[in-house]
Write a protein that binds this ligand. Structure first.
Ligand code: FAD
Length: 402
């Protein structure tokens, strides 16, 4: 088999390359980032000072050498010549492929506020971004995070731990609205305040004030919040430009079938850049699962990727937040367990005797059990009276021990 080229050394690309090389296939892995492959998910822990930069590295030089992968870091693919079956790179010239895997990830969205291009405005995606935030924290001053979703809150927490006074500006009326309802979001906001993080809800950013570098943010209601650092964490966009220019089918992401094949049968797409059955993933677990599927398909197996229920956990110490499946209650029955003084809240959504969504605030140890119930789609049978209390209270006789 001719050389397999994988573009993107994030979790999806790295996993796929490892699996292919492990089967004795010749693999070249091309990554735009200059660093050794690292754990993007753990960036928040590094920002918060809970781990060192060296702890982020997933593949050091000896491990890469052992893997048999030819790794080209700091190299950007600038074009795909499908007719000649080769990719064009900015550093190593053209590289031929038999199979090509696109694992290009996403780009952070930069909202075009006046001042968004000022020095002191940082996205939250890469190790380079985190190092820029750490330099700003070392220089002192206040920080503003635009976006009160998972990434924005993790950035805010990390910067607060680094000694900055942080304000979170969120355009919606509750934090993490894609994962939490109002009750859970209020508990989370209370916890953020304990970390000296101010939250502005329904906050409409109008201008990032300069003139030469960030001085603060002015909101539409006239409020001005001073800051020397603005972190924008308002969402991601699948990296699909390369595929579009190469003439592959692209919607929001690069369209793939159940085998992770694009509209060109020798080119695959996995991870956040891929769109499978109309959805792009934004989490690492599906990116890994797609990488495994792709590696097996290229190795000759007949296998299909099956999407699982997404589960999200916030990595902020002292604020256990986990949610999976649906959070909107339309057409579903709700079971709620709430002790807000103790900071405990659970909401479960049932439809046709099945668990379709779960939200845990506070104690989250039962999360894997709820996730397995959602994923299996098994009827909960007689479990309903104890469902909110977790697996310890589920009698074996109900048959819903996943
Ligand atoms: C701070 C942070 C915290 C997160 N926390 C969690 C979490 O707790 N749980 C969770 O499930 N997910 C989390 N995520 C999301 C998770 O990191 C992503 O889902 C995962 O990294 C996606 O993997 P990927 O390989 O598809 O893309 P990426 O990790 O983005 O990797 C893509 C790589 O491709 C490279 N690339 C792109 N274009 C080119 C090109 N033309 N040439 C060469 N290389 C190219 C990029 O530079 C990048 O290195 C977090 C993300 C961030 C930023």
């Amino acid at each position: 088999m001719r050389r397999i080229v994988v573009i993107g050394a994030g979790p999806a690309g790295m996993r796929c390359a490892e699996r292919l090389a492990g089967r004795g296939l010749a693999v070249t892995l091309i990554g735009a980032e200059a660093e050794l492959p690292y754990n993007r998910v753990a960036l928040s822990k590094f920002l918060a000072g809970e781990i060192a930069e060296a702890d982020l590295v997933t593949h050091d030089d000896p491990k890469l050498a052992d893997s048999g992968i030819t790794y080209l870091p700091g190299t950007r693919v600038i074009g795909i010549d499908r007719e000649a079956c080769r990719v064009l790179t900015d550093l190593h010239g053209p590289i031929g492929y038999g199979h090509l895997v696109l694992a290009l990830g996403s780009q952070p969205v930069c909202l075009p506020f006046p001042g968004a291009d000022l020095p002191g405005v940082v996205m939250y995606r890469t190790l380079e971004d985190v190092n820029a935030m750490l330099a700003a924290a070392d220089a002192g001053g206040d920080a503003i995070v635009i976006g009160g979703g998972l990434l924005g809150l993790e950035a805010a927490y990390g910067l607060a731990r680094r000694g900055m006074k942080v304000s979170v500006l969120h355009a919606v009326d509750r934090l993490m609205e894609r994962q939490l309802d109002h009750a859970a979001a209020s508990l989370l906001m209370r916890r953020m305040a304990e970390y000296r993080i101010d939250t502005y809800l329904t906050a409409k950013t109008e201008v990032i004030e300069g003139p030469d570098r960030v001085q603060g943010v002015r909101l539409a209601d006239g409020t001005v919040i001073p800051a020397s650092l603005v972190v924008m964490a308002v969402g991601i966009r699948p990296e699909s430009g390369l595929a579009r220019e190469a003439g592959l089918a692209v919607n929001r992401g690069i369209v793939v079938d159940d085998c992770m094949r694009t509209s060109d049968t020798s080119i695959y797409a996995i991870g956040e850049c891929a769109e499978h059955q109309g959805a792009c993933c934004g989490l690492v677990a599906p990116a890994f699962a797609q990488a495994e599927t792709c590696a097996r398909v290229i190795s000759g197996a007949t296998i299909a990727y099956v999407a699982q229920a997404d589960a999200t956990a916030l990595k902020v110490a002292g604020a256990g937040v986990w949610s999976a499946g649906r959070i909107d209650a339309a057409g579903a029955e709700e079971i709620i367990l709430s002790d807000t003084d103790a900071g405990e809240y659970r909401k479960l959504l049932l439809q046709e005797d099945r668990l379709v969504g779960a939200m845990l605030y506070g104690e989250t140890a039962d999360a894997p059990w709820y996730q397995a119930l959602i994923t299996s789609g098994a009827p909960i049978n007689g479990l309903r009276p104890v469902l909110a209390f977790g697996p310890a209270f589920a009698p074996e006789s109900t048959g819903v021990h996943p």
